[in-house]
Write a protein that binds this ligand. Structure first.
Ligand SMILES: [Zn+2]
Length: 386
């Protein structure tokens, strides 16, 4: 049991000075200034930590990260490695939604499930999406519907549109898939979402507008990502938000301008940033091009740029901190239907990031356990690095 005293609490709503009690992996009590203080006596193992001058936010959720690796665009040698738990902790990520990319054969949903379970065993929280870029979908059971019902960690399904590597599914095929997601999400009470990789082809989000405007698909079931890839996609994303949707920008992948700048401009133009999220696309395979556009090599997408982009917003703009923090906490929890994540309120999972007064990440708590403090890791994972 841990009592964090005198934090500036961002739940992510800004709640001012607070004491936060974590017990059995949950938020057991929150006392705001003016509330009765949390009084605890004679409890063995109680750790009281004074956090004067520090801010506490929910642990970050990375809703698009290739935890088992991805890539392969430039041959087997360009397949990226899987993520190490300490790399997630160092950038405040306490929850992930893992997924496959282009390749659904050399990479499998079975190993993705196992990696989710491994990260849970190492103290984080992990979910996954069924399928990959292509269509028909790949699944663990016999269908996306059954994956949602019977595979505890599956919260939705992935597909690619507007990309030369997609299967160019028709509206009817997507409608049938969405029906599986909708019914599967309802019965399993997980929400259920279709997470859509958007490539650089000029049609962009056209198909999504057709699904919503012509076929009246529930826009909350659609989760378009990589919307900061081109200026055109970002314009379409703002139109999608006006229809009631949520959109996701990748911090580690291709982008027409740094996501924090694109979001600052959108905020300036009156957009509500609660409809936007950030995800890393970490460990995706990225080609390195020279000035002539010729491929000179490849690298893996970094996984720590959600933190950096949020810090840039917090340090360089006048956007309220609760909106900046919501991009990687309450926002992705809402999109992915993660009911006990993304908020530091009573009964929620005790996942938290602790920042100093300059928004440097100092501490990370996951399911009530301190994983990093004063910038030092408290765990090396089950496979410490040499
Ligand atoms: Zn990706």
């Amino acid at each position: 049991m841990k009592l964090f005293k005198n934090v500036n609490l961002y739940a992510p709503t800004s709640l001012g000075k607070a004491d936060v009690l974590m017990a059995s992996g949950r938020i057991a009590a929150v006392s705001l200034s003016g509330d009765a203080p949390i009084e605890l006596r004679g409890i063995a193992g109680l750790e009281t930590i004074d956090c004067q001058g520090m801010s506490m936010a929910p642990g970050f959720i990375d809703q698009h990260i290739h935890i088992t690796g991805a890539g392969g665009k430039y041959g087997y040698g360009s397949m990226t490695p899987e993520v190490h738990v300490t790399d997630l902790i160092r950038c405040g990520t306490t929850s992930v939604v893992g997924l496959l990319g282009t390749d659904g054969t050399a990479r499998s949903l079975n190993s993705l499930y196992a990696k989710c379970a491994a990260l849970e065993a190492e103290g984080l929280s992990a979910w996954m999406l069924s399928s990959y870029f292509g269509f028909p979908p790949k699944t663990i059971t016999s269908s996306v519907h059954d994956d949602l019902l019977f595979i505890d960690r599956v919260v939705g399904c992935k597909i690619a549109l507007a990309d030369v590597r997609s299967s160019y599914p028709t509206a009817n095929q997507l409608l049938a898939l969405l029906r599986e997601i909708q019914v599967g999400g309802m019965i399993s009470s997980k929400g259920g979402v279709l997470h859509i990789h958007l490539g650089a082809l000029p049609e962009g989000m056209d198909m999504l507008f057709e699904l919503v405007e012509r076929y009246h698909v529930d826009i909350k079931r659609l989760s378009p990502t990589h919307v900061g890839r081109t200026a055109h996609l970002f314009e379409q994303a703002q139109r999608f938000v006006k229809l009631g949707g949520m959109v996701d920008l990748s911090t580690g992948g291709t982008q027409f301008r740094p996501p924090w700048e694109a979001l600052a401009q959108a905020h300036e133009a009156g957009e509500d940033l609660r409809n936007y999220t950030l995800s890393s696309d970490g460990n995706a395979g990225i080609g390195i091009l020279d000035a002539e556009g010729q491929l000179t090599g490849f690298k893996k997408a970094p996984i720590d740029l959600n933190l950096w982009n949020v810090q840039q917003i917090l340090r360089e703009t006048d956007i309220p901190a609760e909106l900046a923090l919501g991009l990687v906490t309450s926002g992705p929890a809402r999109t992915m239907g993660l009911k006990r994540k993304g908020s530091l309120t009573l009964g929620m999972d005790a996942d938290a990031c602790i920042f100093d007064h300059q928004w440097n990440l100092s501490g990370v708590v996951s399911r009530g356990e301190i994983m990093m403090w004063d910038g030092d890791l408290r765990t090396e994972g089950n496979f410490p690095r040499a």
